[in-house]
Design a protein around this ligand. Structure first.
Ligand SMILES: [Mg+2]
Length: 323
């Protein structure tokens, strides 16, 4: 992802990104700082920090929804628990725990989640089909029961998008990038509407689209690849943003320009091993990299016009033109 010609656009590490240093930094000292601090975090050797991320080749952002843009993972987790806690008890199986959610369910299409969890307990029931009633003791019936619990909770409590994610979303849109939502959920549109961010997205590839068009769900990369195609961009110009094991795996499996792992509970080590290139706790950690890439693009345009020598003290790049 980090190509040699783009190294000059890198920012120093956070401790060096003070107003004073911003005036005097140059690529050589930045590179030296990066090299010296890299040794202090050997566990991160394979993953770039947000400050090192080079986004100059990224023209599209493919956002997972639950857990990345909205804290709906909590709503889903509660709904799954409401489904499986009594169900496993009735079947005399090992009790349902939060770790079951991360291991068998998180990020997968709903019926796949049901199937995986039941397999983990050695429970075999008929598949049924999508028209099964929520009371039916089938894989699809249980999935529909879970969906009912989810919609009840969403209606009762609503959902608010992560502020840092909205700030990042608006920044990449302002920088000229295209954006899409790629979610396994069949409730992506009501969730985006409840969070008030549905107007930001021109492309939504969710569980309904995947089912309708016969596209394999995560951990296959297909839904992300489909979104890139709908945006009219090659996958290599798109970044995948994910918080779930299955989603990061999908991103790593495809030929994407970047895979950003948002750590909402999976853990940094796990995200790294699954193939995340950059790992953040909140997406606004990547704002400097977005501004840097936008400034580099602007700089290239200026240079093409008339500038032939670089300024020895480049201006810091405020780019707050997004509303
Ligand atoms: Mg997610």
């Amino acid at each position: 992802m980090t190509s040699p010609e783009n190294q000059d656009a890198m920012l120093p590490t956070p401790e060096d990104r003070t107003p004073e240093n911003a005036q005097t930094e140059n690529p050589k000292t930045s590179a030296a700082v990066d090299a010296s601090t890299a040794g202090s975090t050997p566990a991160d050797a394979r993953s770039l920090s947000p400050d090192d991320a080079d986004l100059s080749g990224i023209r599209g952002w493919l956002f997972d929804l639950d857990g990345v843009l909205t804290p709906t993972a909590m709503v889903h987790m509660h709904a799954w628990s409401r489904l499986f806690t009594p169900y496993l008890e009735q079947h005399g199986a090992e009790p349902y725990t939060e770790s079951d959610y991360f291991a068998y369910i998180d990020g997968k299409p709903r019926y796949d989640g049901v199937r995986s969890l039941l397999e983990s307990r050695g429970i075999s029931i008929p598949e049924g089909d999508v028209t099964d009633a929520p009371d039916d003791d089938t894989v699809h019936g249980l999935g529909n029961r879970k969906n009912e619990a989810f919609n009840q909770t969403l209606a009762e409590e609503g959902v608010e998008a992560y502020p840092a994610s909205v700030a990042f979303l608006d920044a990449v849109i302002a920088s000229g990038c295209r954006v899409a939502v790629v979610s396994s959920s069949k409730n992506a549109e009501p969730v985006l509407a409840a969070a008030g961010i549905d107007d930001r997205f021109e492309v939504i590839v969710d569980g309904l689209v995947a089912a309708r068009d016969g596209i394999r769900g995560k951990p296959a990369p297909d839904t992300f690849e489909h979104a890139a195609e709908l945006l009219g961009l090659p996958t290599t110009a798109c970044a995948v943003v994910e918080d779930a094991e299955s989603g990061v795996r999908a991103g790593a499996e495809g030929d994407f320009g970047l895979v950003v792992g948002v750590d909402r509970g999976v853990g940094r080590d796990a995200l790294r091993e699954l193939g995340a290139d950059v790992i953040v706790d909140e997406l606004d950690e990547l704002l400097p990299a977005v501004h840097r890439a936008a400034a580099a693009t602007d700089g290239d345009a200026s240079a093409a016009n008339d500038r032939t020598t670089a300024s020895p003290t480049p201006e810091p790049e405020p780019r707050e033109d997004h509303a």
